[in-house]
Ligand binder design. Structure first.
Ligand SMILES: [Zn+2]
Length: 331
């Protein structure tokens, strides 16, 4: 019995694989096909742990086998991706020949050795052809899992030697529920269109964008107006300028919120230099300037909703903040 199925969505594909594993009928060459980011590779790696773990509820994550498989250092787990020696993305014949050599050796300690080819559509004719015989009849206890989002790019001779397992996009309701457990906002989840992997990548990229913009906003404030406008212009020129402007407005609001926290004698997180600067802002703004800036943030957001140019909106907001900060005499 598994502890729990590892993926959000695709319960049929997962249950079916668990069932064949439990009944000792795991095919020696499976083809996991379906859109990017739905968990095909994650499931293949989980399956390797599931069938090799001896704990009552598998995979336990703690035994010798699970630990090595989780770390990716188990000698009986072979994951092959694009050849790093090649300029173009390909699983090369050198890689498949080396694999065949390895498969001639005895398994180390695993009951089931796993070979994961991901993405399998990177096999070219030559490398695919070297694998055909072994795919049909691998050494005992060896299982191939071919992972692909472009099944039509695989040679028919490869496809016909595998058992095909289809993974589909994850329904929105399941995505939303899953997103909540990961702290993802609903817009990110919706934008990922049924791909949890894409949602996580979007969220990571968004976090990075925010961190960069936060540093840029902090750097721009307190500068002469010319430099401030150079910053807003650079932000406005990006292809997705409106999104960046919306982010920048969020960040100004976030910084202002920190100044209120500081004004109330509480601590905020951040590096000491930034916290010192925000303390300065807090003294300069509190309370009148802060109220005016909160209003300015609301106005900026409204204007972005009305599709006013992002650069213009940012310019007005940051210029006002600059003015409030320079006009105030720190107490
Ligand atoms: Zn285990």
């Amino acid at each position: 019995m598994p502890t729990a199925l590892p993926l959000v969505g695709n319960p049929e594909a997962q249950t079916r694989m668990v069932h064949v594993a439990d009944t000792g009928r795991l095919h020696h060459a499976c083809l996991f096909e379906g859109p990017e980011g739905v968990g095909k590779r994650t499931f293949a790696l989980w399956l390797a742990r599931y069938v090799n773990c001896d704990a009552p509820t598998r995979p336990c994550g703690n035994c010798h086998s699970c630990t090595l498989l989780l770390a990716g250092t188990h000698p009986d787990l072979i994951v092959i991706g694009p050849d790093p020696e090649r300029a173009t993305a390909v699983i090369s014949v050198q890689q498949t020949q080396e694999l065949l050599g390895t498969l001639k050796l005895q398994r180390h300690s695993a009951r089931h050795r796993f070979v994961i080819l991901d993405p399998a559509d990177l096999l070219n004719d030559e490398s695919a052809n070297t694998l055909l015989k072994t795919l049909e009849e691998p050494p005992a206890g060896t299982h191939f899992v071919l992972v692909t989002a472009r099944v039509a790019s695989l040679l028919p001779t490869i496809r016909s030697r595998t058992q095909r397992i289809r993974f589909g996009p994850v329904p929105l309701a399941a995505m939303i529920e899953w997103g909540q457990t990961r702290g993802l906002d609903i817009k990110t989840v919706e934008a990922a269109a049924g791909s949890p992997g894409l949602a996580l990548r979007l969220a990571a990229g968004e976090a990075e964008t925010r961190a960069t913009l936060r540093a840029a906003v902090l750097g721009a404030i307190g500068q002469p107006l010319g430099k401030l406008f150079a910053f807003t212009e650079a932000e406005g020129k990006r292809e997705d300028g409106v999104n960046h402007a919306a982010f920048a407005v969020d960040i100004v609001e976030e910084l202002l919120r920190d100044t209120v926290v500081l004004a109330n004698g509480k601590h905020v997180r951040g590096d000491p230099d930034t916290v010192d600067r925000l303390r300065g802002w807090s003294e300069a703004l509190w309370p009148g300037g802060h109220a005016r800036m909160s209003q300015a943030v609301a106005v900026a957001r409204d204007r972005l909703h009305l599709n006013v140019n992002g650069r213009v909106v940012l310019e007005a907001l940051l210029a006002q903040l600059n003015l409030e900060l320079s006009a105030a005499t720190p107490r």
